[in-house]
Design a protein around this ligand. Structure first.
Ligand code: GAP
Length: 514
């Protein structure tokens, strides 16, 4: 636990030191759970967006993009269920005065029990080596069986109480499990209450005539209300999808996990419209497609797991989370939901407009069913950033800090380094930089000894350093150094562009996931 906290602190400190993430309005001491992306962070974020957008829109003939407004007609949120049901159950600790999400307290407790089971499995794997049969061990070891049963019972009871809105039982559960305030250790809890997460605002100049609005809590509804516009103007045929990247706002009760849970964040969502009855087939399809997308980035298979929902959102008939091993443990990174025809039907009812598709093969109109893939851009950023940050021991006992970002996502693809600031080397370096910058984001660095510059670029996540030395003037060759292996190779200056292009080729990266 202490190690996890240290790692997390290092991630936050590194993100600040290298211009990735700052607290919002930091000179005024920041704003809780709101962050700004710095010069490198803005680039990494843009590259993640592009990687997602290209894989969704460019590679799918039947998926198109959308950029809907953040402010929407207030009836949208009545229809979607957010006004009545977009609540989190909160609980206060009377002694520490800290506020928590009651469901998260219980889930974290259940996760601790799961970790005990995992420990037994890891121990047994070590003991039995190659002969270890994990499935058999999990099904027969009494301790693992007990832990798994305990975890399952807790999560099932929580799901039941939440579905039935039985908040008194959620409090009973917290007390029965002996859950204490993580800050103070006190078990002196208030009752559990519901808290609506939407941010309200006003449209209009004068206080009396202003209309109450909400900042959108998800981008999905911008897609649903535009279903008919896009379908007709794009002549889209079922099955088809609409993808969108944009800001969402939630007045989160507990927001203490850096960019993991923010009050202003971005989502990358895609709603895929299908024939009623086909939805579970497409649900499996999108689970696999999204898993492949994640695998393509090489963040480590062991860092991902699927978590099928016990408690479905009010609109879903199947739902799974893709969880990632963040510095504070496995948590939701992406949700894949089979949302049925809930949203389109609700918007039909509230707007009086038809949101249907005429299926020529079936010769009938219907309200399509929807599969949604929804990933938090900031969470993806944190997944990429935290899993890439490494402290490595080098030969000779020294260490280096290196940010092994996937090259396709790295803010700068290469740094151009003249060995010295004289003898015509900066001129050659500048010429190379001017050639490369048409195709890639590249940086120029001539300050300090070259070894220090390599370390600086390693820590900033730049995958390649290109050094121009005195021999370059004679043989037109430069040294290209790979961040991850620290290998150095002499190559003709004319080859540099091709070498980098190959390393950041979209097709090559995407195909790694298959
Ligand atoms: N349209 C469905 C929807 O919004 P969600 O599970 O509430 O579903 C989808 O959110 C994704 O948005 C999550 O998997 C997560 O990655 C991201 N997300 C949700 N709340 C967030 C927050 N407060 N801060 C950062 N990301 C968040």
């Amino acid at each position: 636990m202490a190690k996890q906290q240290d790692t997390f602190k290092q991630v936050i400190a590194h993100a600040k030191e290298y211009g990735y993430i700052f607290s919002s309005s930091e000179i005024y001491d920041g704003l809780s759970a709101v962050y700004d992306y710095g010069q490198n962070g803005a680039e990494l974020k843009k590259n993640i967006k592009e990687y997602w957008w290209k894989s969704m829109v460019q590679l799918h003939e039947n998926i198109v993009g959308l950029d809907a407004a953040i402010l929407m007609h207030p009836t949208t949120w009545k229809a979607s269920g957010h006004v009545d049901a977009f609540n989190d159950p909160l609980i206060d600790n009377k002694d520490s005065k800290k506020r928590y999400r009651a469901d998260v307290l219980v889930e974290d407790h259940a996760e601790k029990i799961n970790q005990k089971a995992q420990k037994e499995i890891t121990k047994a794997r070590k003991r039995f080596g190659d002969k270890f049969d994990e499935a058999e061990f999990v099904n027969t070891n009494p301790r693992v069986i007990r832990y798994k049963k305990e975890e399952k019972e807790i999560l099932e009871r929580l799901a039941k109480s939440l579905t039935e809105e039985n908040l008194a039982d959620v409090k009973d559960l917290i007390e029965e499990l002996g859950i204490a305030c993580p800050e103070s250790g006190s078990k002196n809890w208030t009752d559990v209450k519901q808290f609506n997460l939407m941010f309200g605002t006003k449209l209009g100049a004068s206080a009396d005539s202003a209309t109450d609005l909400y900042l959108r809590p998800e981008t999905a509804q911008g897609i649903f209300v535009n279903f008919a516009n896009v379908q007709k103007t794009g002549r889209m045929k079922i099955p088809f999808g609409i993808a969108q990247i944009g800001k969402a706002f939630r007045n989160e009760i507990v927001a203490r996990q850096f960019i993991f849970r923010q009050r202003e964040f971005e989502q990358m969502e895609m709603q895929f419209f299908v024939r009623p009855g086909d939805e579970l087939k497409w649900f499996e399809h999108w689970k696999e497609t999204r898993q492949n997308w994640h695998a393509s980035l090489g963040l480590g298979e062991e860092n991902y797991r699927f978590h099928d929902h016990e408690k479905m959102a009010h609109y879903a008939n199947a739902a799974t989370d893709i969880e990632f091993n963040f510095p504070f443990g496995f948590k939701e990174l992406e949700g894949i939901h089979s949302r049925t025809d809930f949203d389109l039907k609700a918007h039909e009812e509230h707007s009086g407009k038809k949101l249907q598709f005429f299926d020529p093969e079936m010769n009938k109109n219907y309200v399509p069913y929807v599969i949604e893939t929804s990933i938090g851009l900031d969470r993806m950023f944190l997944a990429v950033f935290s899993s890439s940050l490494k402290e490595e021991e080098l030969e000779g006992g020294s260490t280096r800090t290196v940010l092994k970002l996937p090259a396709i996502l790295a803010p700068y693809k290469a740094a151009i380094l003249p060995l010295v600031k004289k003898d015509g080397l900066p001129e050659i370096a500048r010429e190379l930089m001017e050639e490369l910058q048409w195709d890639f984001n590249v940086s120029y660095d001539e300050k300090d000894a070259v070894g220090r510059r390599y370390r600086r670029q390693d820590a900033a996540g730049t995958p390649f350093c290109i050094t121009i030395d005195h021999d370059t003037k004679e043989d037109n060759q430069v040294t290209i150094r790979h961040r991850d292996t620290m290998e150095q190779k002499r190559v003709p200056i004319s080859e540099v562009k091709n070498i980098i292009a190959k390393e950041v080729d979209f097709r090559t990266w995407m195909q790694k996931g298959k």
